[in-house]
Ligand binder design. Structure first.
Ligand code: SF4
Length: 237
């Protein structure tokens, strides 16, 4: 279990759960609520919804969280939709900017609220896709750690679903009997991510364990076989 392996939740932690209201974030919220009920330690769950301005159906999800989980999801209004509409450079990834803006809001709020960590709903598949995207488009090997301290050192980010295949999360979601918030963003999806998803599907036709193997590789690195120059290596230590 990723939560145990990475020591994600500690006694008395206040954990902010970032929710778009999409399937992954609702499953994350439910899993953490179930864990809190069963765990021998006490921790607090604070669900936050950072509004981009593109969502539809948040009230329905908020009512479900209230009735099924006994939790109030705090809604945070932002001007993200307006900022994105002003991006005119087609070379710039609007989705990357969008996620940076959402993260900025989350980090500031978490700091203000004295939260121990921010839980994000990324799945194993998101991590593998990010790994390929970074390798293929930025020339850098990296992914998303299941638990890490943010670059400015102020926040701890945890990804409790890091070991869960997206398909499993999707199946679990179907038992929750709730329609997710729909995203009416005109951009809809990141083209490069869609391309990488297609690539992974093709790979799995030949090797059904391709995604699982790529994820395992991220925790099993043969450093000596990589092409890191010694001068660069020295600077990073
Ligand atoms: S599709 Fe729209 S809402 Fe989603 S990350 Fe991209 S810009 Fe943001």
């Amino acid at each position: 279990m990723a939560i145990r392996d990475y020591g994600m939740v500690r006694p008395k932690d206040r954990v902010i759960v970032a929710g778009s209201g999409g399937k992954d974030s609702l499953v994350l919220l439910k899993v953490l609520c179930d864990l809190r009920r069963a765990a021998p330690i006490d921790f607090e769950i604070v669900p936050l919804h950072i509004k981009t301005g593109f969502e539809d159906g948040f009230e329905r999800v908020a009512a479900w969280a209230d009735q099924a989980l006994g939790l109030e999801i705090r809604e945070v209004r932002t001007d993200i939709a307006r900022i994105l509409a002003e991006v005119s450079d087609p070379e710039k990834s609007v989705c990357a900017l969008c996620s940076r803006l959402r993260r900025g809001h989350l980090y500031s709020l978490a700091h203000e609220m004295g939260a121990a960590s921010i839980a994000l709903g990324h799945t194993r598949d998101d991590i593998v896709e990010t790994f390929l995207l970074r390798c293929l488009y930025t020339g850098q090997m990296g992914a998303m750690r299941p638990a890490r301290v943010s670059n400015d050192g102020r926040n701890r980010v945890i990804r409790p679903l890091a070991y869960c295949p997206a398909e499993l999360v999707e199946r679990y979601f179907s038992f929750l009997e709730i329609a997710p918030v729909s995203n009416n963003c005109p951009i809809r999806s990141d083209g490069k991510r869609a391309l990488v998803r297609g690539l992974l599907k093709d790979l799995e036709k030949d090797n059904p364990k391709a995604r699982a193997s790529l994820f395992a590789a991220l925790g099993n690195i043969d450093m000596k076989s990589l092409c890191v120059r010694e001068d660069r290596d020295a600077h990073t230590h």
